[in-house]
Design a protein around this ligand. Structure first.
Ligand code: FAD
Length: 414
């Protein structure tokens, strides 16, 4: 027996929640259902590596919408069961429990899963990965003040975990494959700044090294590195990137490559199928490249954009990708894409702290890092990236923290 759902949203996360809400706001007719593998209704993940670990946010506060939102808006939530197969010709999704859903329009928003280490000892108790609410609660329970932890990886998750652990009084060592922290940001100024800052906060950092094996008997007792360090540890947390949840699409014929391939309007390679959020590899018209963005703001905007296009519009992605992070007392933001730049300009504040780092290509702003800045600076950066204004003659003023960004207003030339 097949149940017919007009708008079937697979993946019970942020993108699906925002898509469902937007569908109902636009008065979509018919059944709207969110199908999620987790037992929870959609929730926000940013607190999982911040407030929830530190105890200043409660688990019940992380949900995208209040529990009665779905019922009031006639959004069906099918939780705790995964989609296992897609048939694009029959327009059917098979569930792990044997149910089958026929869709009129389908959203794929199944997110990502942390990449796992396969080193010897990887299955010992006390080695954690962080993606979902249960992971966060388990880590919070294990991070006792005075315990010793090794954080593996210095990307967003590794950096946030190391900050939270240290703030909680855990003796924290970061094991980093690169020669600095956040090398992904592509700025030596930032790498140096974060390395110094973390060391001043008491984080020990081992660079240019990686896990050889985890030691212990059932439970973790230490991490042995390829460089020969033997680090005693009560727990380890691994943040070495993610892979898109697309296994269930195998054999469907849908185009998949590091995620579900969609165009700028989030349409996939088969009729009436859209993808949004972390799982979507989309054509970004602003940067004219195919990319996957694994951040909160992108999941919201793409969920809503997919809803509009499911209802017959033909809108394209029109925003500059954005994310934020909190590390110790530092809140920072990032806009744009720095994969193809030829100039980096740092605006340094008191004590040489980088307030803003601009990433340019041919004099045009492509990306920026903003530390503890306000909405005015963010909006200026967003506009400059979007319009592609020539800033080549403004480099001196960009680097001068006494000059307000709003006073830099070159003519829009594109
Ligand atoms: P998800 O939120 O991952 O939801 C996907 C859901 O689909 C999951 O519940 C998954 O279980 C489910 N699913 C998977 N496969 C199937 C299947 N076959 N069938 C049914 N359901 C399935 N971004 C920022 O910008 N700033 C931050 O500070 C920040 N902090 C973060 C901290 C953590 C710990 C994490 C994990 C992420 C953080 N992010 C942050 C990223 C942000 O949370 C994600 O970009 C966002 O959650 C993506 O939403 P999504 O709906 O695409 O995917």
């Amino acid at each position: 027996m097949r149940e017919r759902i007009d708008y079937l949203l697979v993946g019970g996360g942020l993108a699906s929640a925002k898509c469902a809400a937007a569908l109902r706001r636009s008065e979509a007719a018919g059944r709207v259902a969110i199908l999620g593998a987790e037992i929870y209704s959609p929730y926000n993940r940013p607190p999982l590596s911040k407030g929830l670990l530190l105890g200043y946010e409660q688990p019940e506060r992380v949900f995208v919408f209040a529990p009665d939102f779905y019922e009031k808006n006639e959004i069906e939530v099918v939780s705790g069961v995964a989609a296992v197969r897609l048939d694009v010709d029959e327009k059917v999704v098979d569930l792990a429990d044997g149910r089958r859903f026929n869709y009129d329009k389908l959203l794929i928003a199944t997110g990502t899963t942390p990449r796992h280490l396969a080193s010897p000892g990887s299955d010992l108790q006390g080695i954690f990965y962080l993606r979902d609410l249960d992971d966060s609660l388990a880590i919070a329970a294990a991070m006792n003040p005075g315990s010793r932890a090794v954080i593996i990886g210095a990307g967003f998750i590794g950096m946030e975990l190391a900050a939270a652990f240290t703030e909680k009084g855990v003796d924290t060592t970061m094991l980093v494959r690169d020669s600095g922290l956040f090398t992904k940001l592509g700025s030596e100024v930032l790498t140096r700044f974060f390395s110094d800052y973390y060391e001043r906060q008491g984080v020990k950092i081992i660079y240019n090294d990686e896990v050889d094996r985890f030691a212990g008997n059932e439970a973790l007792s230490g991490v042995v590195t390829k460089g020969g360090h033997e680090l005693p540890a009560d727990l380890a947390a691994v943040g070495i990137g993610v892979v898109a949840n697309t296994d269930w699409l195998a054999g469907s014929g849908l185009e998949v490559d590091r995620g579900v391939i969609v165009d700028a309007s989030l349409r996939a390679s088969a009729a009436d199928i859209f993808a949004a959020g972390d799982v979507a590899v989309y054509d970004d018209p602003i940067f004219q490249k195919r990319r996957r963005v694994e951040h909160w703001d992108n999941a919201i905007k793409q969920g809503e954009l997919a809803a509009a296009n499911m209802l017959g519009e033909n809108r394209s992605v029109d925003y500059v990708a954005y994310f934020y992070s909190d590390l110790f007392d530092l809140s920072w933001e990032w806009l744009g894409d720095n994969s193809d730049i030829d100039e980096t300009v740092a605006r340094l504040g008191a004590g040489g702290r980088p307030e803003i780092v601009f990433f340019l290509k041919d004099g045009r702003l492509r990306a920026a890092f903003l530390l503890l800045q306000g909405p005015e600076e963010r909006e200026w950066v967003e506009r400059m990236i979007r319009t592609g204004v020539d800033l080549a003659g403004e480099v001196g003023r960009l680097s001068d923290s006494s000059v307000t960004l709003k006073s830099i207003q070159p003519e829009e030339t594109t």
